[in-house]
Write a protein that binds this ligand. Structure first.
Ligand code: IPM
Ligand code: SF4
Length: 416
């Protein structure tokens, strides 16, 4: 019988053929810990009187509250640096960027690897068919201490994207549509295996990251994109890392990219996805372009394209936080940054920015934010009644110019 990608990766790592439902103990290729969880992670290791078994397989990223926003955070970050120094663990410090973007740029997620992260969006590594998964501080600490972890081999949902995206429609819209169809708990503890067919293979690495990133919003344990296109060109993909035609799936879902329109996820649930036209005209106070979902150079360029020669509407704050220092450098080099600044954007330190409501753009009661991130839960960015609408960088940029939720295409019509 055939195997899914998740079954194949876990079989390789377990050294025996395994199937969905079985328990396995596997070697972990990379353990990723973020600043907010690092304190608990260190405490667990201290409690066990343990240190990382393979320090070179551990990365700590200071990204969620970076630079430190207050004394407590500053002390916690100091402890991280000191502990990492003692144990020979690498730290990506303030300004390097969002954990998932940084690990990908650093080549610390490779096809067929298992990456255990202290962060739920560790599914992002599935863009290169790495089994990336988020776990709590205790499990992550045990993975660091032993170099291994245990997993129940997940069932798999197959999601097939066919065709090419129409002009003005993005991978974010496709990802939101996937979450809508799956539902917020539609893939709980399952692997989402993404097949790109009939033109969809053209999706870039960044676009694949956006898709894999959002799979966790349907509850996925991992989101694995079948390697093709740019991934085959840029990575070494082992020959076994392709799904078998007879693999068994819990369910299959098909999405026709060529028929897609711009989407928005309406508060307070990520799967509450509608066409932008359904909520068009919603007043906006803040627009946030960034995060592990959509803070890459292509996202900043897409926003700049909409903003070129235009100004952010009076009273609207446009925050742009590049996902990494590399993205920021690239944006500085190619002029994207200047276009954003001329339009009235505020640029923040690469990292998570206000995504989690900890700093750099917290929302006041009653405020409305259009964000390119992945979560719009109640209170996520500040006040419990503040509203977050999740959309693509294009829609976010157009909304910043209009002062209300809209698409670039509708902006054109208004101005014509
Ligand atoms: C802080 C971290 C644990 C958290 C996560 O797990 O995802 C954050 O990144 C988020 O997006 O909510
Ligand atoms: S950018 Fe947002 S979603 Fe991504 S890791 Fe940071 S807080 Fe989590």
């Amino acid at each position: 019988m055939g195997q899914t990608l998740a079954e194949k990766i876990l079989s390789q790592k377990a050294g025996r053929r395994v199937e969905a439902g079985e328990l396995v103990v596997v070697e972990v290729d990379q353990v990723m810990v973020v600043d907010s969880i690092a304190g608990s992670f260190i405490r667990r290791l201290e409690y066990l009187e343990a240190s990382p078994r393979y320090p070179e397989r551990v990365s700590i990223v200071i990204d969620h509250v970076a630079p430190a926003a207050n004394l407590e955070v500053a002390k916690a970050q100091k402890e991280i640096r000191e502990w990492a120094g003692r144990h020979g663990v690498r730290v990506f410090d303030v300004g390097r960027g969002v954990c998932h973007q940084v690990l990908m740029e650093e080549g610390l997620a490779q096809p067929g690897w298992i990456v255990v992260g202290s962060d739920s969006h560790s599914t992002t590594y599935g863009a290169v068919a790495a089994f990336g998964t988020g776990m709590g501080a205790t499990d992550v600490a045990l993975a660091a201490a032993s170099g291994r972890t245990w997993l129940r081999v997940p069932e798999t949902v197959k999601v097939v994207f066919r065709g090419r995206l129409p002009k003005g429609v993005t991978a974010k819209d496709a990802a939101l549509e996937m979450v809508r169809l799956l539902g917020a708990d539609g893939a709980t503890y399952m692997a989402v295996e993404i097949h790109l067919l009939e033109g969809a293979e053209g999706l870039t690495l960044g676009e694949r990251m956006t898709l894999a990133n959002l799979t966790v919003e349907a509850g996925a344990k991992a989101g694995l994109v079948v390697p093709s296109g740019e991934v085959l060109a840029r990575y070494e993909v082992p020959p076994w890392l392709f799904p078998d035609p007879e693999a068994r799936y819990a369910k299959t879902l098909e999405i026709d990219l060529s028929a897609l329109t711009p989407r928005v996820s309406v508060p307070f649930y990520v799967d509450n996805v509608h066409e932008v036209t359904a909520v068009k005209g919603k007043r906006v106070d803040q627009v946030f372009i960034g995060t592990c979902t959509n803070g890459r150079i292509e996202d900043l360029r897409a926003a700049a394209e909409v903003l070129r020669g235009r100004k952010v509407a009076p009273g609207v704050r446009l925050l742009v936080i590049p996902a990494s220092s590399q993205v920021l450098e690239e944006a500085a080099r190619d002029g994207t940054l200047l276009t954003l600044l001329e339009a009235g954007a505020t640029i923040g330190t690469p990292g998570c920015g206000p995504c989690m409501g900890r700093h750099m753009g917290v929302l006041a009661p009653g405020e409305v934010c259009v964000s390119t991130s992945n979560r719009n839960f109640r209170g996520r960015m500040g006040a419990p009644d503040a509203e977050i609408y999740l959309a693509s960088p294009r829609v976010a940029a157009a909304s910043a110019v209009a002062g209300y939720l809209t698409t670039p295409e509708e902006l054109e019509e208004v101005h014509a």
